[in-house]
Structures are given as C-alpha cells and as structure tokens.
Design a protein around this ligand. Structure first.
Ligand code: HEM
Length: 440
C-alpha cells in the first residue's frame, strides 16, 4: 500500500505553484484516495471517532482555560461558580469537556479491543500498535491531571494517592515526588504544573496521532479477515466510502455523548468533587475515574507498594510487548476459536478489575496458621477477586497468548477478502461486487 501512486492533478495555477513548493494539497488528496480494504466494518470507525474526541477536548479545553484560575484558593470557585454559572454556556463547555474525557475512553477501549480481536498489532503493524500504546498512556496521564484541576476533594486526594506512588521507588522516589509536587505536599505548585502539563499533553497526543496515522498508511489497514490485501480489487478509495461511514458513526456517537452532556452530566463524576479540596479531611473512599479503575485494582491487589506500582506499570507494559508475545500466523480471532474464548474471559477479567477498583478496600484480616508460622489472611472477597483477575490479566498475555500461538489449530483462513462475503448465506450485498476499483 505504501507504493500508492499519487493521482492528484493541480487544478489551477495557484495549486501548481503551491504543489512545487509545499505539496500539502497533494498530501490531503492522496489520503482521500488511499486504497482501503473493502470489508472494514463499524469497528473500524473508532479511529475517526477518536480523532473527533481529541478535537472536542482541545477546543473545549482551550475555552475552559480562558476562565480557569490555577491556584489553590481560586481553582474550585473559578470552575464551580465562574464557568458553571457566570460564563455564557460555560456549563455546556465544561459538560462537553468532562464527559468528553469519558467518551474518549469508551472509544479508545473499543478501538483497542478491535485491534486485539483482529490481530492488528502483528507484523507489519507493530509500530502502529506501539504508537497507539504511547497515545493510551498519554491519555491516562492527561485525564488524571485534568481531574485534579477543579480542586475538589477527590481531585486533591486522588492527586495525593497517585503522586505518592512514585515515592515507592528506592533512591529516586522521594526527589521524584518532590519534583512532581513542587514542594513537600500537594499544593499550589502541584496544581500549577498539572495545569501546564494538562494543556501541553493533548498537543503531544495530536502529534503522536499524526505518527500513528502515518504508520497506518505504510502497511495500510488490517481488516476483519486478517489477511493482507492482494490486489486493487480488494480495496476502495477512502473517500467517499469510509469518510461517509466514519461521519455516520461519529453522528451516532454524538447522540450518546449528548445524552450524557444534557441529561446526566454528573453521572460519571463523584459527589466528593463538589466539595472544595481540604488537606485536613480525607474522603472516606478515594477512587479514580471509571476508566482507570482496572489499573487501580491491580495496584491494590498487590500488598507491597513498590510491587503494586510495578504491577500497574507491567499491566501497561504487556500491551507494548504484545506484538512479540503472539506467535500465531493467523491474525484475526474469527479463525482462532480457542484464543477467542480466552480473549472474552480476559474482557470479563478487566470488567471485574474495574468493579473491584470501585469498591472499598476494607479487608478483614484474620490470623491463620500456615505450617509452622502464623500469617495474616486477608479474607476480603474484593481483594481476592482482584488478585484472581489480575493474575488472569497477566497470564492472558504472558502464558496463554504465546502458548496458544504455538499449539492452537486455527480454522481455515479464506484466501481472499471476498470469500467470506460470497459464501455468506445472505449472499452478496447488492452493488458490493460491482463497486468501483481504487484509482491509482
Ligand atoms: C487519540 C487516540 C487515537 C486516535 C485518534 C487513533 C486513530 C486511528 C485511526 C484514524 C485509525 C484508522 C481507522 C481505524 O482503524 O479505526 C487507527 C488504526 C489503528 N489504531 Fe488507533 N488511534 C488512537 C489510539 C489508539 C490506541 C490507544 C491503540 C492501541 C493501543 C491504537 C491502535 C490502532 C491500530 C492497531 C490500528 C490499525 C487497525 C487495523 O488496521 O486493523 N490506536 N487509529
């Protein structure tokens, strides 16, 4: 696909002039004619939905920043009185930005699950996958810092819990935490640096998204069948086929987004954050936003602080390593029924971790006798469920994926993108076989 020849013809003297100096119109035109597999389903619209989400977050974020006061004394009021009540449509801008973060994560999780299911992380798309993982980590950091900015109780105490984790590292832990805090406690300097980084990171994400899309255009898209495109007949030009499909999906996504913004704007938030930060009053139950809960559960499942932090980092690390852990020659799980079953169990384990992360960690400790020594048993079922689910989470990547890649017998993989459509009982959709070939 990388050898997709340009079919752009400058239409006017100005376009010809620009084309020989900065061929930016040619670049856009080539993206539009890019040969895209014919069989992409709606799971392939989440990339476009994510680009839409990033745009919404940047635009609404810039407007919010115009009215935000990044000081411990002023932050809470600038958001809850200024933006929510005094600024024209401030409630709407904030509603879009705060719920937009959740929408962004819903889309990214579905985008990642799609990539896992169709084996899109495998050669030749490893760099595309790695860049996606970098985006995901940056998204988590950005969302976490954004959540601190309203300076409510959960903002403050969430910041305290998470930044204190860095203190678990030997030697560098303490200086690193002091650097993050800008002092010896979470305070004004912390809020200032979080605001600065929260403003910066979305632009870094946008730059990495640029690389992500570049890395996509070298090998071209994978597809639900998971075999590479063999000829021009397997593809369609990106525009109008996929621009229209993406726009339709974005419109449907906007309906869900609007339901949250207009009918339940606080559904995903925490009531504690309606109370101004108070360093002397710890909330009864400190929990992060829903999209970070599985990682929070892994962190808490491990009784040692440093090991917990390493477990959390490892949970992300295995995603980066995945292209080199899966030895199967077959990409799509459509043809890997055994692996697919383990994958669905992995999704259940992630959901279980998310639930565990939202629960109180009030473990009941009992003294027990194990062989010659007395030990403490934590009989809290939440803790144990998160341990079992964490174990499965890691086993899926480190044991099941490599092993099944070697021993599983996959179903026969079709030799063409057309075969599954032609052999479908519903027959060939009208016009599908007759759709025009990609130009160029
Ligand atoms: C701001 C976040 C992101 C944006 C805007 C974005 C954008 C896109 C777009 C436009 C595509 C092509 C259309 C599609 O396949 O849906 C794509 C493909 C892909 N993305 Fe992302 N992406 C993001 C995050 C991620 C993350 C977090 C991962 C994985 C960890 C990832 C992995 C992939 C993979 C593997 C493909 C190729 C899929 C295939 O061809 O089967 N992306 N992305």
């Amino acid at each position: 696909m990388s050898d997709h020849p340009s079919t752009y013809q400058p239409g006017s003297a100005i376009e010809r002039w620009l084309d020989t100096r900065l061929p930016i119109v040619r670049f856009g035109a080539d993206l539009m004619t890019f040969p895209t597999p014919r069989n992409l389903n709606y799971w392939y619209t989440f990339g476009g939905i994510l680009a839409f989400c990033l745009g919404v977050q940047i635009v609404t974020g810039i407007v919010l920043a115009m009215h935000y006061d990044a000081s411990g004394a002023g932050a809470f009021l600038s958001v809850n009185r200024g933006i929510m009540r005094d600024v024209n449509y401030g409630w709407l801008i904030r509603g879009l930005h705060a719920n937009g973060a959740s929408m962004f994560f819903i889309a990214v999780y579905l985008h990642i699950l799609r990539g896992l299911y169709y084996g899109s992380y495998k050669a030749p798309r490893e760099v595309l996958w790695l860049l996606g993982c970098v985006i995901y980590v940056l998204m988590m950091a950005t969302a976490f810092m954004g959540y601190v900015l309203p300076w409510g109780q959960m903002s403050f105490w969430g910041a305290k819990v998470i930044t204190s984790l860095f203190g678990a590292f030997p030697v560098i832990g303490k200086p690193l935490t002091a650097l993050l805090w800008g002092g010896f406690a979470v305070d004004d300097p912390t809020l200032n640096r979080f605001f600065s980084l929260h403003y910066l990171l979305p632009f870094v994400i946008a730059a990495v998204v640029g690389l992500h899309i570049w890395a996509l255009h070298v090998p071209g898209n994978n597809n639900p069948v998971g075999i590479e495109v063999k000829s021009k007949a397997d593809t369609l030009p990106f525009h109008p086929y996929y621009t229209v499909k993406d726009l339709f999906a974005i419109s449907v996504f906007m309906i869900l987004f609007a339901v949250f913004v207009f009918f339940m704007p606080e559904a995903l938030g925490k009531v504690d954050n309606q109370v101004m930060a108070d360093p002397l009053k710890t909330p009864a139950h400190i929990v992060p936003e829903w999209y970070l809960l599985p990682f929070y559960a892994i962190l808490r499942a491990i009784p040692d602080k440093l090991l917990g932090v390493l477990g959390l980092a490892g949970a992300l690390g295995v995603l980066f390593a995945l292209p080199w852990l899966d030895f199967s020659k077959v990409k799509s799980m459509r043809y890997r029924p055994t692996y697919r079953t383990f994958f669905f169990v992995w999704i259940v384990a992630c959901a279980a971790l998310g639930w565990c992360g939202s629960q109180e960690p009030d473990g009941q400790i009992i003294k027990g006798f194990a062989g010659p020594i007395f030990i403490d048993y934590d009989i809290n079922s939440v803790t144990w469920l998160s341990r079992i689910a964490s174990l499965y989470y890691f086993a899926y990547f480190l044991v099941i994926t490599p092993l099944l890649g070697l021993i599983e017998t996959p179903l026969p993989v079709p030799d063409s993108l057309f075969t599954p459509v032609l052999s479908h009982p519903a027959g060939v959709p009208v016009g599908a076989a007759a759709a025009p070939e990609t130009k160029g």
